[in-house]
Design a protein around this ligand. Structure first.
Ligand code: BDR
Length: 317
């Protein structure tokens, strides 16, 4: 079986990614760490607890992590995911924050990775703050990981959050810089444009949500806000809306779950812009190998969409 650590800023696509992993029998989630991103870290914690409740998996430990990025102000993605991160469709019977582990996220990530050294992959679907801090308290953290799967970054100069940067990297550029430059484990990146080019059709979405299950009913409620935002063309209309829906974080998760999911990569050294007037947080690809970096990331280019559909369907069964 596959062992996963999952680090999230639980908005709607993070929730979908968690549900995808929980539905695969030989995947074991050892812990879910929370980070500020799409919404506040406390909302993120609550959202993860709600997802685990909807999946009847309350035993999975949830850890609270960074409240803010390493430098700068927090961003939020409330316009897309809803202010609470899950579509502003609250559940009055949602589990309380007393269900969060006492141990903090960074300590827990470091501990779990060393207890399962070489066997656990980390899927990171939010700003990379917790990962950067984990490295700073345990330099062996990255080498204890079997693989790192990131949703973040962009490969052309158009961002989805600032003019030039994708949300997760824009929300904590320093953390993204530390991770891309200092995590020397196998690193797979599902970047913004790639996820937009690998959309699932809206017709699939209708069938997906119409499944007769508690999980599908839960998803239908929390997904409405971002479906409306996508269809309404809240930003980058031609990328987001059009012929299908983008569930960004699920691509990173699917790659971690199924080694044959990604069918083409660009193997390239990557970094992040930190100081540009307009470009802070933008991912930079060293295609000419000018940085002379030995460590290359695998930037995803193509995936098996039939496998993706099957994993998505199973997530709500
Ligand atoms: C990323 O930003 C967030 O809003 C999504 O959850 C995803 O992780 C897409 O840029």
């Amino acid at each position: 079986g596959k062992k996963l650590l999952v680090d999230v800023d639980c908005g709607v696509d993070d929730a979908q990614a968690i549900m995808m992993a929980l539905a695969v029998p030989d995947v074991q989630i050892l812990g879910i760490s929370c980070v500020s991103g799409n919404t506040t870290v406390d909302n993120v914690c609550k959202n993860v607890l709600r997802v685990l409740k909807a999946c009847q998996r309350p035993e999975i430990p949830v850890f609270r992590g960074a409240l803010k990025p390493i430098l700068g102000n927090t961003l939020s993605a409330g316009h897309f995911h809803g202010q609470d991160g899950l579509g502003d469709a609250p559940d009055p019977k949602a589990p309380g924050l007393d269900r969060i582990q006492k141990e903090g996220a960074v300590a827990a990530m470091v501990r779990i990775a060393s207890e399962h050294a070489g066997e656990v992959s980390l899927v990171a679907t939010g700003p990379l703050t917790n990962l950067a801090m984990a490295l700073r308290i345990d330099p062996n953290f990255p080498q204890n990981l079997k693989g790192l799967y990131i949703m973040g970054g962009n490969t052309d100069s158009r961002g989805n959050s600032t003019m030039c940067a994708e949300f997760n990297f824009a929300a904590d550029p320093e953390a993204a810089y530390i991770v891309l430059n200092e995590f020397l484990c196998p690193t797979y990146i599902a970047c913004w444009e790639f996820t937009c080019h690998s959309k699932l059709p809206w017709e699939f979405c209708d069938v997906w949500l119409a499944q007769d299950s508690e999980k599908a009913r839960f998803m239908k409620r929390i997904f409405q806000h971002s479906m409306d935002a996508s269809r309404g063309g809240c930003f980058q209309k031609e990328m987001v809306a059009g012929d299908g829906f983008v569930s960004c974080d699920c691509y990173a998760m699917a790659a971690a779950i199924d080694d044959s999911f990604v069918t083409a990569f660009h193997k390239v050294a990557v970094s992040v812009e930190l100081t540009g007037t307009y470009t802070r947080g933008m991912m930079v690809l060293d295609t000419q190998e000018l940085l002379k970096k030995k460590h290359k990331a695998f930037v995803m280019e193509q995936v098996d969409l039939e496998k993706f559909k099957a994993l998505m369907m199973a997530a709500l069964k």
